[in-house]
Ligand binder design. Structure first.
Ligand SMILES: [Zn+2]
Length: 133
């Protein structure tokens, strides 16, 4: 799937509580964006997303710009999540550039910040399927 060479998986599971946490944080930060890294691991061919890693500079008014120099130290970071204070979860050009470089699994949550306004993309910006567990 996803063109991965090292971390092969055929399914993506996102923790139910993590989804709720993301929804709550997005609402809390509105009208600003929030961004964080996603924590997860591959087990039995399933990528399990189960936590957030907040980085310095993650709360910005200017968009999903993260101080990503810390990234190589975060071995269990698998991708990113950020919110859009608009009703579109379409990745921006900057988002797509970011996706291609930092992990292989990226969540955008748009307004009105619920499960239906969450979109998940791979590093190429293609939508990927996932299951909330
Ligand atoms: Zn964005």
């Amino acid at each position: 799937m996803f063109g991965l060479k090292k971390n092969k998986f055929s399914q993506v599971h996102i923790d139910q509580e993590l989804i709720e946490e993301i929804i709550n944080i997005a609402k809390e930060f509105y009208p600003n964006e929030f961004s964080a890294m996603l924590q997860g691991k591959v087990e039995d061919n399933i990528l399990k997303i189960n936590g957030l890693i907040f980085l310095p500079g993650a709360a910005s008014e200017s968009g999903a710009v993260m101080e990503i120099f810390m990234m190589p130290m975060l071995s269990d970071a698998v991708g990113s999540v950020h919110s859009h204070p608009i009703y579109s979860a379409q990745p921006s050009a900057a988002d797509l550039q970011f996706f291609s470089k930092h992990g292989y699994f990226h969540i955008i949550i748009a307004q009105p910040y619920n499960k239906e306004s969450i979109r998940v993309y791979n590093s190429y910006g293609d939508l990927v399927n996932y299951t909330i567990i």
